[in-house]
Design a protein around this ligand. Structure first.
Ligand SMILES: Nc1ncnc2c1ncn2[C@@H]1O[C@H](COP(=O)(O)OP(=O)(O)OP(=O)(O)O)[C@@H](O)[C@H]1O
Length: 120
């Protein structure tokens, strides 16, 4: 069972859950986004948003947190392979941060589409 197809998939899932827990426990940017996500969910509950609005909201939350998680992993990898200052490392980190920015911008646009009609 341990090295079977299913056993490996289950073990992989365990590592992934451990990774998500590590992000939540140690990464301030993920912690901030998690708190914002809770606040946004409470807002959705308050305004009683529709099922499709919930789906878009969860997609936006997932997009931002997944991008931030990958950015964190990439930063850690960059610092590990090249701990010293290097313009290429700076470029890699800037591009990864840019991906998070794009995800966050899309999330803000989705939030505006959902909530502006409820507020005004
Ligand atoms: N080793 C390096 N060489 C060149 N530039 C770097 C290097 N490390 C960081 N930088 C520059 O500093 C910026 C911030 O890097 P840093 O690793 O501190 O990321 P951060 O977004 O502040 O992440 P965190 O807050 O999670 O540590 C990078 O986007 C990059 O422009």
């Amino acid at each position: 069972m341990k090295n079977s197809f299913l056993g490996k998939r289950i073990r992989g899932g365990g590592y992934a859950i451990k990774g998500a827990w590590l992000l939540l426990k140690h990464e301030p940017s993920i912690q901030v986004q998690f708190i914002i996500s809770i606040f946004v969910c409470l807002t959705g509950w308050y305004f009683d948003i529709t099922r499709s609005e919930w789906i878009f909201q969860f997609l936006a939350i997932g997009l931002v947190m997944a991008a931030e998680g990958l950015n964190t992993a990439l930063e850690a990898m960059a610092d590990f392979v090249h701990p010293d200052f290097h313009s290429k490392i700076g470029h890699i980190k800037d591009v990864a941060a840019g991906a998070v920015f794009i995800a966050a911008l899309i999330a803000v646009i989705i939030a505006a589409f959902i909530y502006i009609p409820y507020i005004f």
